[in-house]
Design a protein around this ligand. Structure first.
Ligand code: NIG
Ligand code: FE
Length: 403
């Protein structure tokens, strides 16, 4: 087993308050030890040699040494919401939207047609490209949803392909009612029947999570409850898309069912905020969506001040948010959602981990996975301060360089 010592870290974000300053557990002049794909130790650089000896990771001469050159090192981003398995794109829809058209959930159906028409190999190649794109931007954990198949076979294929690249797979058969059901009387309820029956049975073995788009134009609260409860009965844990296009009862449904996360939260009532604050459900904000649909930005400040746990994710998809850049989302959250750079970084790392109920990622302390990012800058503040500039220097996942 090789031990690697990453030293000369000008600023280390551990997200472990016991190790350093503030909720982000920040240390200056720090070092970090990687052994067997995990963080063996992190702390002040002056203590590294004694940590190596105490942990039996020596001899010192056998330790591989790397220098961060005084730069900032942060946990790898945990992107807890994406839709990366799809065919085609919707650039023309985006262009029309920038010309004044409004975003509608129905646009999902055009990606369903393109996805159904794509071969496994095309979808796999696209996924591999996205994973490389994520690594290059510092993302080391990503959740991937199905939802562009919307038939038993097509959804099963999407969760199966997603499971080839991540452990965080979400069954989203209830993304929208597909065209062949939407045209029928009672078509939506018949489709929910399919989702909660045969489709769930085919998809559950490949998935960890069940999700539903609880929104006007997609699924009602009653239908969403049926989908989530069936998923829970099949052993999946719930997460919800809610309050994206307007206010509704989806956030409270998510809290009621103990969802790990409720995502979008663009239109929240005071009751929604209070319900979230009293729960363990994470509010996941998706800044790329408001950016690319021209919806109003929700206030991260309001949520954090109320005591809600907030995550930030990209929601990479061809319709509402085709960015895969967590640094971009951090910049928008700071600029337009009232979050401080430290809060936004926490939300994009530890917050994402909380939204996935993971304790092994999103932090850089002993026992965590060695998923880390060396920036090109002395501080993570630059992620918001220098938007659009590639600031990721090196990325490790499970202790292995991936970018
Ligand atoms: O999270 N809200 C529902 N689903 C996606 C959008 C999907 C699409 O437009 O293709 C989202 O924004
Ligand atoms: Fe989404």
């Amino acid at each position: 087993m090789t031990t690697t010592l990453l030293s000369d870290i000008g600023l280390l974000v551990t997200n472990e308050p016991a190790l350093g300053a503030g909720p982000t557990g920040e240390l200056t002049d720090a070092a970090l030890l990687i052994a067997d794909g995990t963080v063996a130790w992190s702390g002040a650089a002056v203590d590294a040699a004694s940590a190596i000896a105490e942990l039996g990771l020596g001899p010192l001469s056998a330790v591989q040494r790397l220098s961060a050159g005084g730069a900032c090192v942060i946990p790898g981003f945990v992107d807890s919401h994406s839709h990366l398995v799809f065919g085609g794109d919707r650039a023309a829809e985006f262009e029309a939207r920038m010309g004044g058209r409004t975003y509608e959930a129905g646009g999902i159906r055009s990606t369903v047609a393109a996805t159904r028409a794509a071969s496994d190999e095309e979808l796999r190649a696209r996924l591999a490209g996205f994973i490389a794109e994520l690594h290059a931007q510092g993302t080391t954990t990503v959740e991937i949803k199905s939802g562009y198949g919307l038939s038993v076979e097509a959804e099963e294929r999407l969760v199966r392909l997603a499971a080839e690249v991540t452990d965080e797979v979400t069954f989203l058969g209830a993304h929208v009612v597909p065209a062949e059901y939407a045209s029928r009387e009672n078509g939506a309820d018949e489709y929910v029947e399919l989702v909660t029956g045969e489709m769930l049975a085919a998809c559950a073995p490949h998935a960890k999570w069940v999700d539903v788009f609880c929104e006007t134009g997609a699924f009602t609260v009653a239908q969403s409850r049926r989908v989530l409860q069936a998923g829970i009965a099949a052993g999946l844990a719930p997460r919800v898309h809610a309050s994206q296009l307007g206010p509704g009862d989806g956030v409270r449904l998510a809290v009621e069912l103990g969802a790990a996360s409720v995502d979008h939260c663009t239109y929240l009532s005071d009751e929604d905020v209070a319900a979230l604050a009293a729960s363990s459900t994470v509010a996941t904000l998706l800044p790329g969506v408001e950016f690319s649909t021209r919806q109003p930005y929700p206030s991260g400040r309001r949520l954090i001040d109320a005591g809600v746990t907030v995550a930030i994710a990209c929601d990479t998809n061809p319709g509402s948010s085709f960015t895969s850049s967590m640094p971009f989302c951090i910049a928008v959250a700071v600029r337009d959602m009232g979050m401080t750079p430290a809060e936004a970084l926490w939300a994009a790392t530890a917050g994402g981990a909380a939204a996935l109920r993971r304790t092994d990622v999103g932090r850089l302390s002993a026992g965590a996975r060695a998923d880390l990012v060396q920036l090109r800058t002395p501080s993570y503040v630059h992620l918001a301060y220098r938007p659009g500039v590639p600031l990721v220097e090196r990325v490790w996942k499970d202790g292995v360089r991936v970018a």
